[in-house]
Design a protein around this ligand. Structure first.
Ligand SMILES: Nc1ncnc2c1ncn2[C@@H]1O[C@H](COP(=O)(O)OP(=O)(O)O)[C@@H](O)[C@H]1O
Ligand SMILES: [Mg+2]
Length: 310
């Protein structure tokens, strides 16, 4: 393994592994993440996302392997690593009886900022994360989305070069999620951001690159465009109409690899489907087509096809 530190990289993992008893939560992970990149770890519950983040944040020791963050080894130089990174964890550690201002001030003082710096930094982050209107209210009165934004603001107090966001939008309603995406967009480019999510749409919207992980292993890696291009031949056609008998559906199943029956319709997935061929064949079988649509592969399809593999 090429272990030489490359200064374009922010993070380089080298066979990073973590076991819990018989379970291998993270299995020989080899990743390189560039400076300023927004990199997403995408995977189902239990895929190994949080365990990876915890090791990179020096909160959990690897069983074997290691990672280098901006030149510092997470195993040998945990103190140096902790100075340049920060994390907004899956379970946020916010003091509910304090206001957003007070939570931020508390963290700022813990980091040893002067009174003047504490004030300016707190004001700046309240503004940046869109928390100004409710900043003087106790946190317990805030919505889930606002608490998440506060948790990210708290992680930004130390001005980390690498920021970890572990499932930042988990449990938020669609509007709060989109709002949080906008705040995360604002941070892009200045810092290296590692985000975990199990929402494909989110990874697609925000990431420079994505790694899809399953059982602690990388199953696919690339830009959202590259991942979708891997399935570029895959299309889905949905046809709804009358007289779609079982016999006709069975005929179609013999021709195409993936056919599903719908209510008054069928869904056909396959490589380079020929529109006219399908329509002509259905019409000649006496099907009256009422509605049809055809779509290219989305990141959802990429994720599904990877997770369907045994
Ligand atoms: N402290 C722990 N003790 C035992 N098993 C754990 C522990 N933390 C995580 N695991 C297991 O490791 C696997 C990966 O978990 P995790 O990293 O939390 O996944 P994700 O964040 O992708 O949902 C799961 O099978 C989980 O049950
Ligand atoms: Mg997790």
């Amino acid at each position: 393994m090429d272990n030489i530190h490359n200064s374009d990289y922010s993070i380089q993992t080298v066979d990073l592994t973590r076991k819990f008893g018989n379970i291998t939560a993270v299995n020989r992970l080899n990743l390189t993440i560039k400076k300023g990149e927004l990199f997403s770890l995408l995977g189902h519950n239990g895929a190994g996302k949080t365990t990876t983040i915890k090791m990179l944040c020096c909160l959990l020791k690897p069983t074997s392997g290691t990672a280098i963050i901006l030149g510092h080894d997470i195993k040998k130089e945990a103190d140096s690593v902790k100075r340049i990174i920060n994390v907004s964890p899956q379970e946020t550690a916010i003091a509910n009886h304090l206001t957003s201002y007070e939570n931020l001030q508390l963290i700022a003082r813990l980091y040893g900022l002067s009174k003047a710096d504490t004030r300016s930094r707190t004001d700046e982050l309240i503004e940046l994360m869109g928390l100004k209107e409710r900043a003087a209210d106790r946190v317990e009165k805030l919505s889930g989305g606002m608490k998440r934004r506060l948790s990210i603001a708290m992680a930004l107090i130390s001005d980390p070069q690498v920021l970890f966001l572990d499932e930042p939008t988990l449990g938020l309603d669609p509007q709060a999620r989109r709002n949080l995406w906008e705040q995360i967009e604002k941070l892009k480019g200045n810092k290296t951001i590692i985000l975990t999510t199990h929402y494909m749409e989110e990874a697609d919207a925000l990431s420079d690159r994505i790694a899809i992980i399953k059982s602690g292993c990388i199953k696919a890696i690339g830009t959202p465009k590259e991942l979708k291009a891997e399935l570029s031949g895959l299309q889905t056609m949905i046809v709804r109409g009358c007289n779609l008998t079982d016999e006709i559906i069975n005929n179609i199943k013999m021709k195409y690899r993936d056919v599903k029956s719908l209510d008054n319709g069928i869904e056909i997935r396959g490589e380079k489907l020929v529109f006219d061929e399908i329509v002509d064949s259905l019409r000649s079988d006496g099907v009256k087509i009422e509605w049809l649509t055809m779509k290219e592969a989305s990141l959802d399809d990429v994720f599904l096809s990877i997770n369907e593999e045994v």
